[in-house]
Design a protein around this ligand. Structure first.
Ligand SMILES: [Zn+2]
Ligand SMILES: [Zn+2]
Length: 487
């Protein structure tokens, strides 16, 4: 009898515990349920996305020449049911992939261009892969993670869990070509409610920071050629003009705001020392945290070019190549994204990846953070900081509330635009980090599709920061995309 009672008691206890866990399950926020499913689902497709990213890494195509990379991303989206509009805003490799209808319209950015001269094998030692470019900024991961996000959101939409429109923007030539700026100028972001993006990094966190506005231009000097020894007085050297301009700009550095940046490369300095060069070209980039200051400094650089021609008896013309706004950060969106990154978590290395990471870190000139730091998520910045680089996301962030994040695709301490960044991007160190971004962006987009208040709060903040009288003015005027800028 006692025994029987005991059984009855145990059975009812089990029943009660079953009930309470079922009740608990029923009380779980359905949005959290979608989020957990999305994380699992994306992880299930890791092998597919890794393959796409490594293929684009291998293509390593320069800005506006990303023919194969854009085709692969477009094909992945169209075979998943997206309507793809290719060649937008006068750029053959730009595209917009759309799915769904109605509000909200959530934009996702995808980059895929490589950098010149950064050829590198997926090796922890510096070793050229024999190409003319490499993915030193991880845009192969950027584009692939964003495509993964869009496809996962479409699945949720098909299941009736979220409603609205997904717009993936395939944005070429981020590295100096201002691809996104032309898309903004041509109105492709006009009906978008929020834009979500990310960038490869060596740590994980939502970005609550601005960036540097930038203007770049190619200065072309024209002189008179002559025999450099027999008739130098008959010649006028275009290279002298370049050197004169560079000298004056280097003097000028002392007399510009200290947070400015000016850099240049001489892209053509003549062909032979015994011929006075009748043509020379120098490519300048000017940056400052504010676009109006950037413009003022660029105008002074322009004056240095004029001065150089007067002193050397030459002439010049110049071509504006890039012009980008500083990023307008958004607190409401960054906080939402940060929570999602914390839910997803960082990257854990296998023993082989740790060994690779140690070798990479041994090549650094300054002491890096610990290798394990990529497993955690950095805290969100309390106040907006300035990231000392530029991005054409800047222009978008002034026309649509925009949020971005960094995911650790590179070994801790890796500088962007380095051979080490290219090397990491060609391994699972890169592709695992890419999945952190894909998952975190998906979760953030789920918040945006399911929480009108978040969009409203973000939009109010955006309008307040931008100012009542703001009107967007493209820094590139009406020039056509510089399709041949990258060599
Ligand atoms: Zn870059
Ligand atoms: Zn980049």
């Amino acid at each position: 009898m006692r025994k029987a009672n005991h059984y009855i008691l145990s059975a009812s206890f089990i029943f009660i515990s079953f009930l309470s866990s079922a009740q608990k399950k029923a009380s779980v926020d359905p949005i959290d349920g979608f989020k957990s499913e999305a994380i699992g689902d994306l992880q299930g497709k890791y092998a597919d996305y890794k393959k796409i990213a490594l293929q684009i890494w291998d293509y390593a195509e320069l800005g506006f020449k990303e023919v194969k990379s854009t085709a692969l991303l477009q094909q992945t989206l169209s075979s998943s049911g997206f309507a793809v509009q290719a060649g937008v805003a006068g750029m053959p490799t730009a595209f917009i992939a759309t799915y769904g209808s109605g509000k909200p319209v959530i934009g996702i950015l995808a980059e895929f261009d490589a950098l010149p001269g950064l050829s590198q094998e997926a090796s922890p030692e510096k070793q050229s892969a024999g190409k003319n470019a490499g993915h030193g900024c991880g845009h192969h991961l950027f584009g692939t993670a964003s495509v993964a996000t869009a496809i996962e959101l479409k699945k949720l939409m098909d299941e009736g869990k979220i409603h609205g429109t997904i717009k993936l923007f395939g944005t070429p030539a981020e590295e100096g070509g201002s691809g996104k700026v032309y898309m903004v100028r041509d109105g492709f972001f006009n009906n978008v409610d929020v834009v979500v993006h990310w960038h490869p990094a060596s740590s994980n966190a939502a970005s609550y920071s601005s960036s540097l506005a930038v203007i770049s231009g190619k200065f072309r000097f024209h002189g008179i050629s002559a025999h450099a020894a027999a008739a130098p007085d008959k010649g006028r050297s275009a290279l002298d003009a370049v050197e004169g301009m560079d000298f004056m700009v280097n003097m000028m550095r002392e007399h510009i705001p200290q947070e400015s940046r000016i850099h240049y490369v001489i892209t053509n300095g003549g062909k032979a020392p015994n011929v006075v060069p009748d043509f020379a070209e120098v490519f300048y980039t000017v940056r400052h945290p504010k676009r109006d200051q950037t413009q003022q400094i660029f105008d002074r650089v322009l004056n240095a070019a004029t001065g150089a021609t007067m002193g050397t008896g030459t002439s010049f013309d110049y071509e504006l190549i890039a012009g980008m706004y500083e990023v307008l950060p958004n607190r409401a969106l960054s906080e939402a994204m940060q929570k999602n990154i914390e839910k997803v978590g960082g990257v854990n290395y296998t023993p082989e990846e740790t060994a690779f990471a140690k070798k990479i870190q041994a090549s650094f000139v300054s002491k890096p953070p610990s290798i394990e730091s990529v497993a955690s998520v950095e805290p969100l910045a309390a106040n907006p900081d300035v990231f000392y680089a530029s991005t054409d996301v800047g222009d978008i962030s002034w026309v649509v509330p925009t949020v971005g994040m960094g995911a650790a695709t590179w070994v801790a301490g890796t500088p962007p635009h380095s051979w080490q960044a290219v090397a990491c991007g060609g391994t699972e160190i890169g592709t695992k980090g890419m999945m952190v971004a894909a998952k975190s962006m998906t979760l953030t987009a789920i918040d945006l599709f399911t929480n009108k208040d978040l969009i409203q709060k973000a939009t109010e903040e955006f309008k307040k920061l931008r100012g009542e009288d703001f009107t967007y003015k493209c820094m590139l005027g009406d020039r056509k995309p510089a399709l041949d800028f990258a060599q």
